[in-house]
Ligand binder design. Structure first.
Ligand code: NAI
Ligand code: MG
Length: 497
Protein backbone atom coordinates (compact mmCIF):
# COMPACT_ATOMS: atom_id res chain seq x y z
CA UNK A 1 0.00 0.00 0.00
CA UNK A 2 1.29 3.42 -0.93
CA UNK A 3 1.36 5.37 2.32
CA UNK A 4 1.86 8.82 0.80
CA UNK A 5 -1.37 8.31 -1.14
CA UNK A 6 -2.85 7.07 2.11
CA UNK A 7 -1.97 10.32 3.97
CA UNK A 8 -3.32 12.42 1.16
CA UNK A 9 -6.56 10.50 0.94
CA UNK A 10 -6.87 10.37 4.70
CA UNK A 11 -6.93 14.18 4.69
CA UNK A 12 -9.67 14.12 2.05
CA UNK A 13 -11.69 11.56 4.02
CA UNK A 14 -11.35 13.69 7.16
CA UNK A 15 -12.50 16.76 5.22
CA UNK A 16 -15.51 14.79 3.96
CA UNK A 17 -16.30 13.75 7.54
CA UNK A 18 -16.25 17.38 8.63
CA UNK A 19 -18.94 18.40 6.13
CA UNK A 20 -22.60 18.22 7.30
CA UNK A 21 -24.24 14.88 6.41
CA UNK A 22 -27.51 14.72 4.55
CA UNK A 23 -29.66 11.91 3.10
CA UNK A 24 -30.40 11.31 -0.58
CA UNK A 25 -34.11 11.55 -1.38
CA UNK A 26 -35.46 12.20 -4.87
CA UNK A 27 -32.04 13.27 -6.11
CA UNK A 28 -31.63 15.94 -3.44
CA UNK A 29 -29.56 16.01 -0.26
CA UNK A 30 -31.90 16.62 2.66
CA UNK A 31 -31.95 16.64 6.43
CA UNK A 32 -34.28 14.43 8.46
CA UNK A 33 -37.76 15.96 8.45
CA UNK A 34 -37.88 15.79 12.26
CA UNK A 35 -34.43 17.42 12.35
CA UNK A 36 -32.73 14.69 14.40
CA UNK A 37 -29.23 13.30 14.04
CA UNK A 38 -27.08 10.64 15.67
CA UNK A 39 -23.35 10.09 16.02
CA UNK A 40 -21.41 7.39 14.27
CA UNK A 41 -18.44 6.04 16.21
CA UNK A 42 -14.90 4.88 15.35
CA UNK A 43 -14.73 1.43 16.97
CA UNK A 44 -10.92 1.58 17.17
CA UNK A 45 -11.07 4.23 19.90
CA UNK A 46 -14.73 5.00 20.63
CA UNK A 47 -14.44 8.55 19.29
CA UNK A 48 -17.23 10.26 17.38
CA UNK A 49 -16.60 10.46 13.62
CA UNK A 50 -19.55 12.70 12.73
CA UNK A 51 -23.31 12.99 13.04
CA UNK A 52 -25.72 11.73 10.38
CA UNK A 53 -29.46 12.44 9.95
CA UNK A 54 -31.80 10.36 12.10
CA UNK A 55 -34.35 9.45 9.45
CA UNK A 56 -37.80 8.48 10.67
CA UNK A 57 -41.09 7.27 9.18
CA UNK A 58 -41.63 10.73 7.64
CA UNK A 59 -38.40 10.44 5.64
CA UNK A 60 -39.20 6.87 4.60
CA UNK A 61 -42.53 8.24 3.36
CA UNK A 62 -40.77 10.83 1.18
CA UNK A 63 -38.20 8.33 -0.06
CA UNK A 64 -40.78 5.68 -0.99
CA UNK A 65 -42.87 8.30 -2.82
CA UNK A 66 -39.77 9.37 -4.79
CA UNK A 67 -38.94 5.75 -5.62
CA UNK A 68 -42.53 5.11 -6.78
CA UNK A 69 -42.49 8.24 -8.95
CA UNK A 70 -39.20 7.19 -10.56
CA UNK A 71 -40.44 3.64 -11.06
CA UNK A 72 -43.57 4.81 -12.85
CA UNK A 73 -41.73 7.56 -14.73
CA UNK A 74 -38.13 8.29 -15.67
CA UNK A 75 -36.59 4.90 -14.82
CA UNK A 76 -39.11 2.95 -16.88
CA UNK A 77 -37.95 4.79 -20.02
CA UNK A 78 -34.30 3.89 -19.48
CA UNK A 79 -33.34 0.88 -21.62
CA UNK A 80 -31.63 -2.15 -20.09
CA UNK A 81 -28.41 -1.27 -21.96
CA UNK A 82 -28.52 2.26 -20.56
CA UNK A 83 -29.08 0.88 -17.05
CA UNK A 84 -26.04 -1.35 -17.51
CA UNK A 85 -23.95 1.61 -18.68
CA UNK A 86 -24.87 3.61 -15.57
CA UNK A 87 -23.95 0.65 -13.38
CA UNK A 88 -20.55 0.36 -15.09
CA UNK A 89 -20.05 4.07 -14.61
CA UNK A 90 -20.83 3.71 -10.90
CA UNK A 91 -18.33 0.83 -10.66
CA UNK A 92 -15.67 3.06 -12.27
CA UNK A 93 -16.42 5.86 -9.80
CA UNK A 94 -16.04 3.39 -6.93
CA UNK A 95 -12.66 2.38 -8.40
CA UNK A 96 -11.64 6.02 -8.76
CA UNK A 97 -12.51 6.82 -5.12
CA UNK A 98 -11.55 3.44 -3.70
CA UNK A 99 -8.98 4.70 -1.22
CA UNK A 100 -11.32 7.28 0.26
CA UNK A 101 -14.19 4.78 0.43
CA UNK A 102 -11.89 2.26 2.10
CA UNK A 103 -10.75 4.76 4.71
CA UNK A 104 -14.35 5.72 5.52
CA UNK A 105 -15.25 2.03 5.80
CA UNK A 106 -12.30 1.36 8.08
CA UNK A 107 -13.08 4.36 10.29
CA UNK A 108 -16.78 3.50 10.58
CA UNK A 109 -16.64 -0.31 10.84
CA UNK A 110 -13.15 -0.91 12.24
CA UNK A 111 -11.98 -3.42 9.64
CA UNK A 112 -8.32 -3.25 8.59
CA UNK A 113 -7.59 -0.91 5.70
CA UNK A 114 -5.94 -3.78 3.82
CA UNK A 115 -9.32 -5.56 3.93
CA UNK A 116 -11.54 -2.60 3.04
CA UNK A 117 -9.14 -1.52 0.28
CA UNK A 118 -8.21 -5.00 -0.89
CA UNK A 119 -11.58 -6.71 -0.63
CA UNK A 120 -14.71 -4.77 0.33
CA UNK A 121 -14.40 -1.85 -2.08
CA UNK A 122 -13.21 -3.82 -5.14
CA UNK A 123 -15.87 -6.46 -4.46
CA UNK A 124 -18.54 -3.73 -4.48
CA UNK A 125 -17.36 -2.58 -7.92
CA UNK A 126 -17.20 -6.18 -9.10
CA UNK A 127 -20.78 -6.87 -8.02
CA UNK A 128 -21.92 -3.84 -10.04
CA UNK A 129 -20.11 -5.07 -13.16
CA UNK A 130 -21.36 -8.63 -12.77
CA UNK A 131 -24.97 -7.49 -12.36
CA UNK A 132 -24.69 -4.88 -15.12
CA UNK A 133 -24.26 -7.83 -17.45
CA UNK A 134 -27.63 -9.22 -16.38
CA UNK A 135 -29.56 -6.02 -17.18
CA UNK A 136 -29.71 -6.96 -20.87
CA UNK A 137 -30.22 -10.69 -20.23
CA UNK A 138 -33.29 -10.87 -18.01
CA UNK A 139 -35.93 -12.49 -20.18
CA UNK A 140 -38.80 -14.94 -20.25
CA UNK A 141 -39.54 -18.07 -22.25
CA UNK A 142 -42.01 -19.26 -24.86
CA UNK A 143 -43.40 -22.53 -23.44
CA UNK A 144 -45.48 -24.65 -25.84
CA UNK A 145 -49.24 -24.36 -25.23
CA UNK A 146 -51.54 -27.41 -25.65
CA UNK A 147 -54.94 -25.76 -25.39
CA UNK A 148 -57.33 -26.46 -28.29
CA UNK A 149 -56.73 -24.00 -31.13
CA UNK A 150 -53.64 -21.97 -31.93
CA UNK A 151 -51.90 -20.07 -29.20
CA UNK A 152 -48.79 -18.16 -28.36
CA UNK A 153 -47.75 -18.32 -24.72
CA UNK A 154 -44.80 -16.39 -23.38
CA UNK A 155 -43.40 -15.28 -20.06
CA UNK A 156 -41.63 -12.09 -19.11
CA UNK A 157 -39.70 -10.98 -16.06
CA UNK A 158 -40.68 -7.52 -14.87
CA UNK A 159 -39.08 -5.49 -12.07
CA UNK A 160 -40.79 -6.18 -8.74
CA UNK A 161 -41.19 -2.42 -8.16
CA UNK A 162 -40.05 -0.34 -5.20
CA UNK A 163 -37.56 -2.21 -3.02
CA UNK A 164 -36.50 -1.50 0.56
CA UNK A 165 -32.91 -2.58 1.26
CA UNK A 166 -32.01 -2.95 4.94
CA UNK A 167 -28.38 -3.88 5.43
CA UNK A 168 -26.04 -4.86 8.25
CA UNK A 169 -22.79 -3.30 9.42
CA UNK A 170 -20.27 -6.09 8.88
CA UNK A 171 -19.54 -5.29 5.22
CA UNK A 172 -21.46 -2.03 4.79
CA UNK A 173 -20.46 -0.92 1.29
CA UNK A 174 -20.14 -4.37 -0.26
CA UNK A 175 -23.50 -5.52 1.02
CA UNK A 176 -25.29 -2.25 0.18
CA UNK A 177 -23.97 -2.44 -3.38
CA UNK A 178 -24.74 -6.16 -3.38
CA UNK A 179 -28.39 -5.26 -2.93
CA UNK A 180 -28.47 -2.18 -5.18
CA UNK A 181 -26.72 -3.85 -8.13
CA UNK A 182 -29.10 -6.74 -8.93
CA UNK A 183 -32.20 -4.64 -8.21
CA UNK A 184 -30.95 -1.88 -10.53
CA UNK A 185 -30.22 -4.50 -13.19
CA UNK A 186 -33.79 -5.76 -12.81
CA UNK A 187 -35.17 -2.22 -13.27
CA UNK A 188 -36.37 -1.56 -9.73
CA UNK A 189 -36.21 1.67 -7.76
CA UNK A 190 -35.22 1.60 -4.12
CA UNK A 191 -34.70 2.96 -0.64
CA UNK A 192 -31.49 1.93 1.12
CA UNK A 193 -31.35 1.98 4.91
CA UNK A 194 -27.77 1.37 6.06
CA UNK A 195 -27.07 0.06 9.57
CA UNK A 196 -26.93 2.79 12.20
CA UNK A 197 -23.44 1.62 13.24
CA UNK A 198 -21.99 2.20 9.74
CA UNK A 199 -23.87 4.77 7.64
CA UNK A 200 -20.89 6.57 6.08
CA UNK A 201 -19.95 4.64 2.95
CA UNK A 202 -23.63 4.49 1.94
CA UNK A 203 -23.75 8.30 1.99
CA UNK A 204 -20.48 8.57 0.08
CA UNK A 205 -21.86 6.04 -2.41
CA UNK A 206 -24.93 8.28 -2.78
CA UNK A 207 -22.68 11.03 -4.14
CA UNK A 208 -21.29 8.61 -6.72
CA UNK A 209 -24.80 7.44 -7.66
CA UNK A 210 -25.63 11.08 -8.31
CA UNK A 211 -22.50 11.51 -10.43
CA UNK A 212 -23.15 8.31 -12.39
CA UNK A 213 -26.33 9.84 -13.78
CA UNK A 214 -29.13 7.75 -12.29
CA UNK A 215 -32.42 9.67 -12.50
CA UNK A 216 -33.64 11.25 -9.22
CA UNK A 217 -35.55 8.84 -6.99
CA UNK A 218 -34.09 5.62 -8.43
CA UNK A 219 -31.83 5.18 -5.39
CA UNK A 220 -32.80 6.92 -2.17
CA UNK A 221 -30.69 6.62 0.98
CA UNK A 222 -32.17 7.14 4.42
CA UNK A 223 -29.95 6.84 7.49
CA UNK A 224 -31.55 6.02 10.81
CA UNK A 225 -32.22 3.47 13.49
CA UNK A 226 -33.62 0.04 12.77
CA UNK A 227 -36.67 0.40 14.96
CA UNK A 228 -37.50 3.80 13.40
CA UNK A 229 -36.47 4.10 9.73
CA UNK A 230 -35.99 0.33 9.25
CA UNK A 231 -39.33 -0.62 10.76
CA UNK A 232 -41.15 2.07 8.73
CA UNK A 233 -39.59 0.75 5.51
CA UNK A 234 -40.42 -2.89 6.33
CA UNK A 235 -44.06 -2.01 7.07
CA UNK A 236 -44.66 0.52 4.26
CA UNK A 237 -47.71 -0.36 2.16
CA UNK A 238 -46.21 0.97 -1.10
CA UNK A 239 -42.95 -0.97 -0.85
CA UNK A 240 -43.19 -4.10 -3.02
CA UNK A 241 -40.22 -5.96 -1.64
CA UNK A 242 -37.75 -5.88 1.22
CA UNK A 243 -34.29 -7.35 1.04
CA UNK A 244 -32.77 -7.66 4.50
CA UNK A 245 -29.40 -8.70 5.89
CA UNK A 246 -29.03 -9.02 9.63
CA UNK A 247 -29.99 -11.11 12.62
CA UNK A 248 -32.53 -13.93 12.52
CA UNK A 249 -34.33 -12.17 15.37
CA UNK A 250 -34.95 -9.00 13.33
CA UNK A 251 -35.61 -11.12 10.22
CA UNK A 252 -38.66 -12.55 12.00
CA UNK A 253 -39.82 -9.04 12.93
CA UNK A 254 -39.53 -8.06 9.27
CA UNK A 255 -41.62 -11.06 8.20
CA UNK A 256 -44.40 -9.83 10.48
CA UNK A 257 -44.03 -6.20 9.35
CA UNK A 258 -44.17 -7.27 5.69
CA UNK A 259 -47.41 -9.20 6.14
CA UNK A 260 -49.57 -6.06 5.82
CA UNK A 261 -49.18 -5.85 2.04
CA UNK A 262 -47.61 -9.32 1.58
CA UNK A 263 -44.28 -7.86 0.47
CA UNK A 264 -41.85 -10.13 -1.25
CA UNK A 265 -38.92 -10.83 1.05
CA UNK A 266 -35.34 -11.89 0.74
CA UNK A 267 -33.70 -12.56 4.09
CA UNK A 268 -29.98 -13.13 4.62
CA UNK A 269 -29.77 -14.03 8.29
CA UNK A 270 -27.42 -15.56 10.80
CA UNK A 271 -25.43 -18.75 10.83
CA UNK A 272 -23.54 -21.19 13.01
CA UNK A 273 -21.58 -22.82 10.26
CA UNK A 274 -19.83 -26.16 10.76
CA UNK A 275 -16.30 -26.94 9.62
CA UNK A 276 -15.43 -30.63 9.24
CA UNK A 277 -11.79 -31.67 9.01
CA UNK A 278 -11.29 -35.31 7.98
CA UNK A 279 -8.22 -37.37 8.97
CA UNK A 280 -6.95 -37.24 5.35
CA UNK A 281 -7.19 -33.44 5.10
CA UNK A 282 -4.24 -31.41 3.81
CA UNK A 283 -3.40 -29.44 6.96
CA UNK A 284 -1.58 -26.79 4.91
CA UNK A 285 -5.02 -25.88 3.58
CA UNK A 286 -7.09 -26.72 6.65
CA UNK A 287 -5.07 -24.65 9.17
CA UNK A 288 -5.37 -21.29 7.36
CA UNK A 289 -8.88 -22.24 6.21
CA UNK A 290 -10.15 -22.87 9.73
CA UNK A 291 -8.36 -19.80 11.15
CA UNK A 292 -9.52 -17.36 8.45
CA UNK A 293 -12.97 -18.89 8.54
CA UNK A 294 -13.52 -17.68 12.09
CA UNK A 295 -11.08 -14.78 12.61
CA UNK A 296 -11.52 -12.86 9.33
CA UNK A 297 -13.41 -9.58 9.89
CA UNK A 298 -13.09 -10.33 13.64
CA UNK A 299 -15.61 -13.13 13.16
CA UNK A 300 -18.32 -10.69 12.05
CA UNK A 301 -19.24 -12.75 9.01
CA UNK A 302 -22.59 -14.45 8.48
CA UNK A 303 -20.87 -17.56 7.09
CA UNK A 304 -18.13 -17.68 9.77
CA UNK A 305 -17.03 -21.27 10.48
CA UNK A 306 -17.73 -21.24 14.21
CA UNK A 307 -18.22 -24.97 14.98
CA UNK A 308 -15.14 -27.07 14.23
CA UNK A 309 -15.34 -30.88 14.10
CA UNK A 310 -11.90 -32.37 13.51
CA UNK A 311 -10.86 -36.03 13.49
CA UNK A 312 -8.90 -37.10 16.58
CA UNK A 313 -5.99 -38.32 14.43
CA UNK A 314 -5.20 -34.77 13.25
CA UNK A 315 -6.90 -32.74 16.00
CA UNK A 316 -3.73 -31.85 17.92
CA UNK A 317 -1.73 -30.88 14.82
CA UNK A 318 -4.62 -28.86 13.45
CA UNK A 319 -5.21 -27.08 16.73
CA UNK A 320 -1.52 -26.34 17.13
CA UNK A 321 -1.58 -24.57 13.77
CA UNK A 322 -4.86 -22.73 14.33
CA UNK A 323 -3.82 -21.70 17.85
CA UNK A 324 -0.51 -20.34 16.53
CA UNK A 325 -2.48 -18.22 14.07
CA UNK A 326 -4.86 -17.01 16.79
CA UNK A 327 -1.88 -15.97 18.93
CA UNK A 328 0.05 -14.46 16.04
CA UNK A 329 -2.68 -12.25 14.59
CA UNK A 330 -1.99 -8.56 14.99
CA UNK A 331 -5.18 -7.12 16.51
CA UNK A 332 -5.39 -3.35 16.37
CA UNK A 333 -6.80 -0.21 14.79
CA UNK A 334 -7.83 -0.65 11.17
CA UNK A 335 -5.82 2.33 9.92
CA UNK A 336 -2.57 0.83 11.24
CA UNK A 337 -1.07 -0.87 8.16
CA UNK A 338 0.22 -3.79 10.26
CA UNK A 339 -3.22 -4.65 11.65
CA UNK A 340 -4.67 -7.99 10.59
CA UNK A 341 -7.80 -8.02 12.76
CA UNK A 342 -9.71 -4.92 13.80
CA UNK A 343 -12.06 -4.21 16.71
CA UNK A 344 -15.69 -5.31 16.80
CA UNK A 345 -18.10 -2.76 15.39
CA UNK A 346 -19.52 -1.43 18.67
CA UNK A 347 -19.33 -1.57 22.45
CA UNK A 348 -22.61 -3.51 22.33
CA UNK A 349 -21.07 -6.21 20.13
CA UNK A 350 -17.96 -6.30 22.32
CA UNK A 351 -20.09 -6.87 25.44
CA UNK A 352 -22.14 -9.48 23.59
CA UNK A 353 -19.12 -11.49 22.44
CA UNK A 354 -17.39 -11.23 25.85
CA UNK A 355 -20.67 -12.38 27.43
CA UNK A 356 -20.72 -15.47 25.21
CA UNK A 357 -17.13 -16.37 26.10
CA UNK A 358 -17.92 -15.96 29.80
CA UNK A 359 -21.08 -18.05 29.55
CA UNK A 360 -19.17 -20.82 27.78
CA UNK A 361 -16.51 -20.88 30.51
CA UNK A 362 -19.18 -20.81 33.25
CA UNK A 363 -20.79 -23.86 31.65
CA UNK A 364 -17.52 -25.82 31.61
CA UNK A 365 -15.77 -24.93 28.34
CA UNK A 366 -12.02 -24.31 28.43
CA UNK A 367 -9.86 -21.86 26.50
CA UNK A 368 -7.60 -23.87 24.17
CA UNK A 369 -5.91 -20.73 22.89
CA UNK A 370 -6.37 -16.99 23.00
CA UNK A 371 -4.65 -14.23 21.08
CA UNK A 372 -3.55 -10.77 22.11
CA UNK A 373 -5.68 -7.65 21.79
CA UNK A 374 -5.36 -4.06 23.10
CA UNK A 375 -8.04 -4.69 25.73
CA UNK A 376 -7.20 -1.87 28.16
CA UNK A 377 -7.77 0.96 25.67
CA UNK A 378 -11.03 2.57 24.57
CA UNK A 379 -11.48 0.45 21.39
CA UNK A 380 -13.96 -2.42 21.12
CA UNK A 381 -11.41 -5.23 20.89
CA UNK A 382 -11.82 -8.92 21.66
CA UNK A 383 -8.95 -11.41 21.45
CA UNK A 384 -9.28 -14.34 19.02
CA UNK A 385 -10.40 -17.25 21.19
CA UNK A 386 -10.63 -21.02 20.73
CA UNK A 387 -12.89 -22.90 23.12
CA UNK A 388 -12.61 -26.62 23.85
CA UNK A 389 -14.88 -28.98 25.82
CA UNK A 390 -18.06 -27.37 24.51
CA UNK A 391 -21.23 -29.42 24.13
CA UNK A 392 -24.37 -29.03 22.09
CA UNK A 393 -26.49 -27.54 24.89
CA UNK A 394 -24.16 -24.57 25.42
CA UNK A 395 -25.16 -21.18 24.00
CA UNK A 396 -21.65 -20.83 22.49
CA UNK A 397 -22.31 -23.92 20.38
CA UNK A 398 -25.92 -23.09 19.44
CA UNK A 399 -26.08 -19.32 18.93
CA UNK A 400 -24.43 -16.98 16.46
CA UNK A 401 -21.69 -15.16 18.40
CA UNK A 402 -20.52 -12.92 15.53
CA UNK A 403 -17.06 -12.59 17.00
CA UNK A 404 -13.65 -14.34 16.78
CA UNK A 405 -14.71 -17.34 18.87
CA UNK A 406 -14.25 -20.91 17.64
CA UNK A 407 -15.78 -23.98 19.34
CA UNK A 408 -13.48 -26.91 18.60
CA UNK A 409 -14.55 -30.55 19.01
CA UNK A 410 -12.79 -33.78 18.00
CA UNK A 411 -14.46 -36.92 16.67
CA UNK A 412 -13.45 -40.55 16.32
CA UNK A 413 -14.73 -43.18 13.89
CA UNK A 414 -17.84 -41.27 12.87
CA UNK A 415 -19.70 -42.27 9.69
CA UNK A 416 -20.37 -39.55 7.12
CA UNK A 417 -24.05 -39.70 8.10
CA UNK A 418 -23.16 -39.14 11.75
CA UNK A 419 -20.88 -36.25 10.82
CA UNK A 420 -23.55 -34.66 8.66
CA UNK A 421 -26.06 -35.06 11.49
CA UNK A 422 -23.64 -33.28 13.82
CA UNK A 423 -23.13 -30.48 11.25
CA UNK A 424 -26.90 -30.20 10.77
CA UNK A 425 -27.60 -30.04 14.50
CA UNK A 426 -28.42 -26.32 14.35
CA UNK A 427 -31.40 -24.10 13.60
CA UNK A 428 -29.22 -22.38 10.98
CA UNK A 429 -28.12 -23.51 7.51
CA UNK A 430 -26.08 -20.80 5.83
CA UNK A 431 -22.73 -22.40 5.04
CA UNK A 432 -20.40 -25.30 5.83
CA UNK A 433 -16.79 -26.23 5.14
CA UNK A 434 -15.21 -29.62 4.60
CA UNK A 435 -11.48 -30.34 4.45
CA UNK A 436 -10.58 -33.73 2.99
CA UNK A 437 -8.52 -35.21 0.19
CA UNK A 438 -11.15 -37.92 -0.40
CA UNK A 439 -13.26 -36.82 -3.36
CA UNK A 440 -16.14 -39.16 -2.56
CA UNK A 441 -16.37 -38.09 1.09
CA UNK A 442 -16.31 -34.42 0.02
CA UNK A 443 -19.26 -34.79 -2.35
CA UNK A 444 -21.21 -37.08 -0.04
CA UNK A 445 -20.92 -34.53 2.76
CA UNK A 446 -21.79 -31.70 0.35
CA UNK A 447 -25.06 -33.45 -0.45
CA UNK A 448 -25.88 -34.40 3.17
CA UNK A 449 -25.23 -31.01 4.80
CA UNK A 450 -28.28 -28.75 4.84
CA UNK A 451 -26.72 -25.36 4.07
CA UNK A 452 -26.89 -22.87 1.20
CA UNK A 453 -23.15 -23.04 0.51
CA UNK A 454 -20.70 -25.90 1.09
CA UNK A 455 -17.01 -25.11 0.69
CA UNK A 456 -14.58 -27.95 0.02
CA UNK A 457 -10.92 -27.33 0.92
CA UNK A 458 -11.32 -23.56 0.92
CA UNK A 459 -13.69 -20.90 -0.30
CA UNK A 460 -14.54 -17.31 -1.01
CA UNK A 461 -17.32 -15.20 -2.46
CA UNK A 462 -18.00 -15.01 -6.16
CA UNK A 463 -20.77 -12.83 -7.60
CA UNK A 464 -21.92 -15.71 -9.81
CA UNK A 465 -22.59 -18.26 -7.07
CA UNK A 466 -25.97 -18.00 -5.33
CA UNK A 467 -25.68 -17.71 -1.55
CA UNK A 468 -28.31 -17.87 1.14
CA UNK A 469 -29.77 -19.92 3.89
CA UNK A 470 -31.56 -23.15 4.60
CA UNK A 471 -33.73 -23.22 7.74
CA UNK A 472 -33.53 -20.07 9.89
CA UNK A 473 -30.63 -18.61 7.94
CA UNK A 474 -33.03 -16.95 5.57
CA UNK A 475 -35.26 -16.90 2.52
CA UNK A 476 -34.07 -16.74 -1.08
CA UNK A 477 -30.63 -16.43 -2.63
CA UNK A 478 -28.44 -13.47 -3.43
CA UNK A 479 -25.68 -13.52 -6.11
CA UNK A 480 -25.88 -15.21 -9.49
CA UNK A 481 -28.92 -15.26 -11.77
CA UNK A 482 -31.17 -16.13 -8.81
CA UNK A 483 -29.92 -12.99 -7.10
CA UNK A 484 -31.33 -10.89 -9.95
CA UNK A 485 -34.55 -12.86 -10.32
CA UNK A 486 -35.49 -12.17 -6.67
CA UNK A 487 -36.09 -8.59 -7.85
CA UNK A 488 -38.51 -9.62 -10.60
CA UNK A 489 -42.12 -10.74 -10.98
CA UNK A 490 -42.86 -13.44 -13.53
CA UNK A 491 -45.75 -12.74 -15.91
CA UNK A 492 -47.41 -15.16 -18.35
CA UNK A 493 -49.04 -13.82 -21.51
CA UNK A 494 -51.42 -16.02 -23.46
CA UNK A 495 -52.46 -14.99 -26.99
CA UNK A 496 -55.20 -16.67 -29.00
CA UNK A 497 -53.97 -16.68 -32.57
P1 NAI B 1 -29.79 -6.24 13.44
O1 NAI B 1 -30.42 -7.42 12.80
O2 NAI B 1 -30.53 -5.52 14.51
O3 NAI B 1 -29.41 -5.14 12.32
C1 NAI B 1 -29.41 -5.32 10.94
C2 NAI B 1 -30.16 -4.20 10.23
O4 NAI B 1 -31.53 -4.28 10.61
C3 NAI B 1 -29.72 -2.78 10.58
O5 NAI B 1 -29.79 -1.97 9.42
C4 NAI B 1 -30.78 -2.33 11.56
O6 NAI B 1 -30.93 -0.93 11.57
C5 NAI B 1 -32.01 -3.00 11.01
N1 NAI B 1 -33.11 -3.19 11.96
C6 NAI B 1 -33.02 -3.38 13.30
N2 NAI B 1 -34.26 -3.48 13.84
C7 NAI B 1 -35.13 -3.36 12.81
C8 NAI B 1 -36.56 -3.38 12.73
N3 NAI B 1 -37.33 -3.56 13.82
N4 NAI B 1 -37.13 -3.22 11.53
C9 NAI B 1 -36.38 -3.05 10.43
N5 NAI B 1 -35.04 -3.01 10.45
C10 NAI B 1 -34.42 -3.17 11.63
O7 NAI B 1 -28.39 -6.71 13.99
P2 NAI B 1 -27.59 -6.10 15.25
O8 NAI B 1 -28.52 -5.90 16.40
O9 NAI B 1 -26.86 -4.92 14.79
O10 NAI B 1 -26.57 -7.29 15.59
C11 NAI B 1 -26.93 -8.29 16.54
C12 NAI B 1 -26.55 -9.66 16.07
O11 NAI B 1 -27.19 -9.94 14.84
C13 NAI B 1 -25.09 -9.88 15.78
O12 NAI B 1 -24.38 -10.19 16.93
C14 NAI B 1 -25.13 -11.03 14.84
O13 NAI B 1 -25.24 -12.24 15.55
C15 NAI B 1 -26.40 -10.81 14.08
N6 NAI B 1 -26.10 -10.20 12.76
C16 NAI B 1 -25.92 -11.06 11.75
C17 NAI B 1 -25.57 -10.58 10.51
C18 NAI B 1 -25.36 -11.53 9.42
O14 NAI B 1 -24.91 -11.13 8.35
N7 NAI B 1 -25.64 -12.79 9.60
C19 NAI B 1 -25.36 -9.15 10.26
C20 NAI B 1 -25.61 -8.32 11.43
C21 NAI B 1 -25.96 -8.85 12.61
MG1 MG C 1 -30.10 -4.34 16.52
Amino acid sequence: MNLSVHDDVLARARAWLARPKKMLIDGRWVEAEAGGAFDTIDPADGSTLCAVPRGTAADIERAVAAARKAFDGAWRKVTPAARAAMMWKLAELIDRDRAELAILETLDNGKPLRVSLGMDVPFAAERLRYNAGWATKIHGETPPVSLPGEWLGYTMREPVGVVGHIVAWNAPLASAVGKLAPSLAAGCTMVLKPAEQTPLTALRLGELIDEAGFPPGVVNIVTGYGEEAGAALAAHGDVDKVSFTGSTEIGKIIVRAAAGNLKRLTLELGGKSPVIVMPDADLDKAIPGVANGIFFNTGQVCTAGSRLFAHAAIFDDLMKGVAARARGLKVGAGLDPSTEIGPLVSATQQRRVEGYIRSGLDEGAEVLAAGQAPLDGPGFFVAPTILGRTHREMAVRREEIFGPVLCAVSFDDATLDELAAEANDTTYGLAASVFTSHLGAAHKLASRIRAGTVKINGGGLDPSLPAGGYKQSGWGREYGREGVEIYTELKSVLVSL
